[in-house]
Design a protein around this ligand. Sequence first.
Ligand code: 2UW
Ligand code: S6P
Length: 660
Amino acid sequence: MINTMFVPQKQKHIMETPDMGKWELAGYEAALPVTEKSNPITREIDKADPVQIVHLLKECDAEIFQEEDDTLVNYKGRYTETRTSEPQLEVEIGQREGETSHRKVKRLYSASVLQTMMDVTKKVEAILKDPEHSLIILSGCGTSGRLAFLLATSFNKLLKGLHKNPSYAYIIAGGDKAILTSQEASEDNPHLGAEALKRVCAGKKKVLFIGISCGLSAPFIAGQLDFCLNNLDVFTPVLVGFNPVNMARNEIIEGWHLTFRQVAEKMEEVQETRRAFILNPAVGPEGISGSSRMKGGSATKIILESLLLAAHKATSNNKEVTAKNLLDWMKTYEKVHKITYSQGKMIAAMVKQAGTSLEKMGRIYYIGWQTLGVMGIIDASECVPTFGTDFSDVRGFINKGYKEMANREGDLTSRGPEFEISHEDFMMNVLPDVTENDTVVFIFTLDDDLLEIEKLANQVKNKTPNLHAISHVTTGQYVSANIKKTFASVMSMTWPIVFFEYEGFFLQKFQRELSTKWILNAISTGGHILKGKIYFNHMIDLKVSNSKLFRRAVAILQRFTSRSPIICQEALLKSIYETDDLSDEIRNVEISTHTTLAATKFKVVPTALVLLTRNCSVAEAMSRIQAKPVVRETIDRYLTAPGRKRTADQIEMQRDEENE
Ligand SMILES: C[C@](O)(c1cnc(-c2ccc(S(=O)(=O)c3ccc(N)nc3)s2)c(Cl)c1)C(F)(F)F
Ligand SMILES: O=P(O)(O)OC[C@@H](O)[C@@H](O)[C@H](O)[C@@H](O)CO
């Protein structure tokens, strides 16, 4: 029987997990948070060619829509006979002795999810009736914060079109600069979250707070939810994420008194009285383990756009929202998946092109119009924390810059080159240095200014032949021959004409955004896979810049070395502090001390991997990694991952250690 995986920390920082080599045996996989698991579909994605990469990502994204299958979950930590392929096991902490209950895994279309969505739409409608004294706030960290920004501005535009005052606001951990740049550390501060929430809704009498944390793990969001739970007269908290509550993060949050799971359990209690809500369907593990920008981000868009659009439609038609309405809105997003991936071959060609550019140390530029430009900016900004690249490797630009973005803090250009996002900035400061190693992708609809598009495209064409277009057209519209001949390739998605009234126009816009997100996620992920950044389906060389990434680094080291969590954490700390003998002082300082220092270092996880497999000094491990910069080859040489044959000396070494 394995010890339960996440218990409130007794010792500092040690995650209670089964020790080495027992991952598969004890059903450990099933007890992992869904959002952090390795997805079997992409287990060998690092060996796939562009066409296969796109196919694997398509399969992963399809899991978002998977119906509730008859997987029964048994609480007593025993296997349950299920009709799905593998035995499911979920370890519930503190379940009363003798009580076994069966529960199905909650999915996007589960009755309980639709019911909760309906309950939340009623709260939205109440807020919309009184914009003066009430507010809907969307909040998140990283990608979840960027989507909070996009959703809030989109729905305020919808209201503006109806000559109504704005009812939405957004919070992103780290402020508006986090829309464009990686501010991973701000995720770890619950006080920062609560302070930002207080500031944004000062004076409001009724606030619907929607906190987005795909992994049910961000302390920033935990702080905001807890603040709401202590002020339920004004606040109605909604938690959006993709783990069951009993898999919410259970690590004591630094400088605070609760874990995310304790906050989520309090939310569950209050949900009984319909004064708090949790929307947390499982959508399956990410194609790159833990990369919640992908399926987590897509599912966030689908759930919240369907829910909010339904509420707006009900308000303008003065009709009740039904579960069927919500199901119909969400089902239309399945068509988006079908239409988008019907272009699999062209997406693969762009993935291949991206890989070539990145391998040649070239760059990738997304030149987008309106919110499709925002999707480009979001995908580009995620590459830094996801693949450890420089901001200049993948960049997004949008017509009219901050005017089009309509972000609260306005024009950020003066903060530095990574904040230059307008087409003018691109033409003046980037285009002159574009070479044939670079790839440029235009993203637009046929309702955008086609003359402007053609003019800019011809200027780019003089600098690189790798000029591609993603265009969204409505049935009956066709990309002109002029436009076609300007681009090396044009991927054209044709969308059905929307008949339902005003909200339908926004649904079409949202669906073109999701389609674009899937394509750009494939381009940036596929490009970095082809560059050799991914091992199996893990980004091993991650920057350990917050506590979640620290945990992921230790978990990845455990997974690839089968060593104990303690040994793996020691190796990681040796690598971060560049020392062969860790002082107790280092062992016992707060995790933020480790991550603050680690954020300034390179390749600390690969170095720790070499430390664990070669029993050498940190200096020697670092020089080996320096000598062979591509992570995958480095590791291949020293390591065979679980499930692939293990070398004799590794078995020997492991046996020695176990006898220590
Ligand atoms: C799947 C894998 O074993 C793995 C990866 N990451 C992790 C984790 C990453 C981040 C965490 S965590 O920050 O502790 C966390 C994050 C979310 C959550 N709900 N609970 C805990 S665990 C785990 Cl538990 C396993 C592998 F292979 F990737 F290492
Ligand atoms: O939404 P969560 O689980 O709280 O995660 C919030 C952020 O850590 C997450 O968005 C991160 O920036 C992305 O790079 C993940 O791919």
